[in-house]
Design a protein around this ligand. Structure first.
Ligand code: GLV
Ligand code: MN
Ligand code: MN
Length: 394
């Protein structure tokens, strides 16, 4: 099992890796991500699994054994811009390794077992997080998705074939294994944990507009500078989130014309906000929007706010989490919540009983080239996933 895992991990290591930062650029429907998709099919064929695809880019490799609704496990292969190696691929590689381990154990599932990859989980290209699983679950329509555009203006409908998805029709349960994106398991001294739920979160586009002018000749009191309104909004977001015990980040910016010696005419900034409840999220975004509008009034600029990707609070099936976490040789696995979004959250909200396993991340760093999990912890994750699949497909 260790050999299988390490071989697959080595296969993936160079794909989409930037030599400057050591981070990964695996945006959906780019060369590196398509290479990973081809690798997935190859791995499935080596194991004699039946491949099922949809017209969106999602894929499932089925071990056709047993009867009834299947147990699906997997994650995603795309990354954020300059991301880490583990967010996504750990769940896919672990799924194949867990399947190998079950076969080594001589376990014959009573239900079909599938390994899945959902496309554009990060929303790093088309802006809507978990796009593939939202489409597969039917919570976003192809008509809505096809119009989403990437940074260069390419539409999702131009790269994906499009249409419906029947991939989840035969799925009874979903399990996603993921690197932890925090330090909860480190604090608890556990290699593996189980998810209780996901904080609600969203992405909001703030369009600040003002008037372009000369950076040298325009008197300070004569400016309508949207960069100033943005800057004060970013500070306000940080303060409001800290006061409320929640999270707010401006991590992406587009400036027009983006010249050193020109006051900009327009700044577009994206807010990522995450809160412990849906009501707290609504209140935080409202507070930040109010402060942005107030500041725009004083600066003589304008601001418009558009919600681009919103995911409500997720509580995973508590009985399923308890079944997965309880009665292990080393004691029960901890059950913890997360502030990160996952396809598992979409499937759970769509009514599919869903569980998540987390693997310890010694620094907690994620969405960065520094993201990490040790090999012994990754292997503990594979064996935890195999144990979980045994419990679910017995
Ligand atoms: C995905 O990883 C997210 O939480 O944004
Ligand atoms: Mn991620
Ligand atoms: Mn992920």
């Amino acid at each position: 099992m260790a050999d299988d895992f390490e071989r697959m991990w080595r296969d993936l290591e160079p794909v989409g890796r930037a030599s400057a930062s050591g981070g990964y650029f695996r945006q959906p429907f780019t060369t590196s991500e398509r290479e990973l998709a081809a690798w997935f099919v190859e791995q499935a064929e080596t194991r004699s699994l039946r491949i099922e695809t949809d017209e969106i880019g999602n894929v499932v490799a089925w071990w056709d054994v047993g009867e009834g609704p299947g147990v699906l496990t997997g994650s995603h292969l795309d990354s954020v811009l300059d991301g880490g190696a583990f967010d996504g691929p750990l769940g896919v590689v672990s799924a194949f390794a867990a399947l190998d381990l079950l076969r080594e154990r001589g376990f014959v599932p009573a239900r079909p077992l599938g390994v899945s990859v959902f496309v554009e989980e990060e929303g790093s290209r088309f802006g809507l997080a978990c796009l593939g699983s939202r489409l597969a679950a039917g919570v976003v329509t192809w008509e809505q998705a096809r119009e989403l555009r990437d940074h260069a203006g390419v539409a999702f409908g131009d790269v994906a074939e499009g249409g419906g998805s029947r991939l989840l029709d035969e799925v009874g349960t979903f399990v996603e294994l993921h690197v932890e994106q925090g330090r909860d398991l480190v604090d608890r001294g556990a290699a593996v944990g189980v998810a209780s739920g996901i904080w609600p979160h969203g992405r909001y586009r703030f369009d600040f507009t003002g008037a372009a002018n000369h950076a040298g000749t325009t008197r300070m009191e004569d400016r309508t500078d949207p960069m100033l309104t943005y800057a004060m909004t970013a500070l306000a977001a940080n303060k409001q989130a800290r006061l409320a015990g929640q999270r707010a980040t401006f991590g992406r910016l587009e400036v027009t014309p983006n010249g050193t010696n020109a006051i900009p005419s327009r700044v577009i900034a994206w807010l990522d906000a995450r809160c412990s409840s849906d009501a707290a999220l609504a209140a935080l975004v409202e507070a930040i929007t109010d402060q942005a509008a107030g500041r725009a009034g004083r600066d003589g600029t304008r601001v418009e706010v558009t919600a681009e990707s919103v995911s409500g609070s997720v509580s995973f099936d508590a009985a399923l989490a308890a079944l997965v976490a309880a009665d292990h040789a080393g004691g029960d696995w901890p059950v913890i919540s997360t502030q990160a979004g996952h396809d598992a959250g979409i499937l759970s909200a769509a009514g599919i009983p869903t569980a998540m396993l987390f693997v310890r991340n010694p620094t907690g760093v994620s969405h960065s080239p520094e993201e990490f999990a040790s090999m012994p912890d990754c292997l503990a994750g594979v064996s935890a996933l195999a144990d979980t699949l045994e419990r679910l497909a017995r």
